[in-house]
Design a protein around this ligand. Structure first.
Ligand code: HEM
Length: 192
């Protein structure tokens, strides 16, 4: 019993410290900390605030990106590899194991495309959209991100519906992703 209590207390202390650090990550403190936990959090806040300010792309609120050195084309290929097996799985929706497989694959597609959003500035303006954007790369990249996020929303919803086991929604969201991909490629991808 005593042992359990010690364990619980130390876990609580760790938990509280963790919470203080999380707060520090979110909102650097501006007032002088009053106790040792807050002091540690204050030091941590200083440590994260400097590099994140230096690396932020558009605002000083962005955290350090783990996607910064990824390749847009590779992420698209990965999304393609994760979407492909779903085609056959759509015929097996009454099987819960297959639905689980779809949920995992859809989640991977979400991750791949969300990372692609981060590095969307790598994609060049394709010939066929040159007239629309002229040389306005900033607007092109913004529109690309907006369209990519449509696909992210659909694949997130697909994963959720797969876990919920709603066959009709699964089929419909899978078709939506394919349509969004086609429209997205028609406008944003270079014809090869
Ligand atoms: C699940 C949805 C999607 C899948 C599976 C997918 C897959 C792919 C694949 C396989 C490629 C070719 C990569 C290569 O071998 O060169 C590609 C390229 C590309 N995709 Fe997607 N895509 C999806 C959605 C989108 C959306 C919604 C957009 C835009 C809004 C988009 C924009 C692009 C662009 C711009 C490229 C050309 C990349 C480059 O040449 O640098 N994709 N995509």
């Amino acid at each position: 019993m005593a042992k359990h209590k010690v364990h619980t207390n130390s876990m609580m202390a760790l938990y509280q410290h963790d919470l203080a650090s999380q707060d520090a990550d979110r909102e650097p403190m501006t007032t002088t900390p009053t106790n040792s936990v807050n002091r540690r959090a204050f030091i941590a806040a200083g440590a994260v605030a400097i590099p994140s300010a230096a690396l932020a792309r558009t605002t000083s609120f962005a955290s350090v990106s783990s996607t910064a050195d990824m390749d847009f084309e590779d992420l698209m290929k990965a999304a393609g590899n994760n979407l492909k097996p779903m085609r056959d799985l759509m015929r097996l929706l009454d099987n819960p194991v297959m639905r689980q497989e779809i949920a995992y694959l859809a989640n991977q597609v979400t991750i791949n495309l969300a990372q692609a959003v981060d590095v969307a500035d790598q994609a060049p303006i394709p010939e066929r959209s040159k007239a629309k954007y002229a040389d306005d790369k900033e607007t092109f990249t913004k529109d690309l991100r907006i369209k990519l996020l449509e696909a992210v929303s659909a694949s997130t919803a697909l994963a959720r519906q797969a876990w919920l086991g709603n066959e009709e929604e699964i089929r419909s969201l899978y078709n939506s992703i394919r349509t969004i991909r086609k429209d997205g490629h028609d406008e944003f991808e270079e014809e090869h």
